[in-house]
Design a binder for this molecule. Sequence first.
Ligand code: MSP
Length: 530
Amino acid sequence: MRKKLIKKEKAIIDNLGDDKMKEKFYLATAIAYTSGKPHVGNTYEIVLSDAIARYKRLQGYDVYFQTGTDEHGLKIEHKAHEANLSSQAYVDGIANEIKRMWDLMNTSYDKFVRTTDPLHKQKVTEIFKKLYDQGDIYLGKYEGWYCTPCESFITESQLIDGNCPDCGRPATLTSEPAYFFKLSKYVDRLVEHFEKHPNFVEPISRKNEIINNFIKPGLQDLCVSRTSFKWGIPVSFDEKHVIYVWIDALNNYLTFLGYDIEGNHSELYKKFWPVDLHVVGKDILRFHMIYWPIILMALGEELPKKIYAHSWYLTSNSKMSKSKGNLIYADDLVELYGLDAVRYYLLSQMPFANDGLITQDLIVEKINSDLANNLGNLVNRTITMNLKYFDGKIQSNKNKDPVDDDLINLAKKTVKIVDEKMNAYHVSEALEAILNLSKRCNKYIDETMPWSLAKDVTKLERLGTVLYNLLESIRFIAVLLQPFMPQTSEKILQQLNTEANSLESLSTFGGLKEACEVKLSDPLFMRVNK
Ligand code: MSP
């Protein structure tokens, strides 16, 4: 795997010169905490980002797709202690597990980063020092509730009857020296940025929530150092303090691209900065929408183009959590249902701005209705008919009938719908449009009844046209499915025996070549028994 990554990184660097004509696209996911194995909610984010990255590549963008792990902090220090491991050994194990999960999901990231990387630590140290030297970070006093056994600060609203929400023991009011970031200095510029770029954060409803809850009441300066734990990047000029984990984590987007504090940035940085799209969960939008742009303003770097805050997968209407014992893991689902079925579920069942539900029953229902009955069945019976009636040879589509128009128009329209939806990151709606085309094909089979055309020798040419229209529509489906279900798409294109898989190849309905032979493979999806 490591070899594969090094090869990928080398390819990106080698390409720096060649792809000058292509527009660049830097896509970054949040970096997952190495506190434990990632559940299906965390995994959704990388699959969602992967679908976007693959679509951008299909559109011809030169994509740089970064993901990785966030490895410092008190919680991780505790977990390592519980597991009787050094913090480093603990995060090494979990980071491997996260990477294994991202690879199992067939995600096409270009770089997997880890915040324990020495180069990242050095750059974060330099960034912190620079912000301190220029007066944006200052030494102050942190005052608040503290749980001594857990060594953690608790906000007033987290207290349960004056006790720590984690261990239940009494919290005490304490005060300790800490460094603070002058967010207040930049807040007017930030608000101006929101006003000038109304689509900077989506969905808009989430942006407004944060403006109302955090900016309008008055933005407090942010405490950016801790003395209560050790597992973090030390403040170089005051080693009792470690850098607060968000300042460490957010900067991953800069440091791993080759940002240099003196301005001698790498070629990769010069080409790909700024981030074009941050994909993060709704719970961490605040950090990306307020702290992150302010850090960049203070460093004098360009701000990201867009932040998309996706919703959450809930299970039976409640949040997944270890204590409720309702965690679902993507690797278990893949073992049960197959990779692309899981990718399909994750990508199709999360609305743009609301939470999605995931349960085993719902997964089985979707596989049976959308994948086995609709898509799988369409491909299987169309290829089977073309083999049966024409020995597999694709016929010409000369013998037209008005009933064809609706199907052909929908195939062409689907390309546009998918493009519009994907450009707006309405991923589940793009996928829905593709499955609707598949449904329309099944209806066309009912309308044209190829089996009855086959009984009449004078209608063979018409039969050939009907099957051509179906096979070509299936090619449209397969090409459009590439970002969402890459393996399924490839299997369909192999059965169609075509290499016409680019978006440009969908500019005309007629990409399949006459006389080429289709091939039947195993069914794409089997029905699953509840
Ligand atoms: N380490 C921070 C992010 C730092 S980014 C500079 C973090 N890590 S996390 O492991 O807790 O979460 C990783 C991502 O998974 C976040 O974007 C988070 O919102 C997302 N999700 C966590 N639970 C989720 C669901 N149930 N459903 C969908 N996404 C979920 O936050």
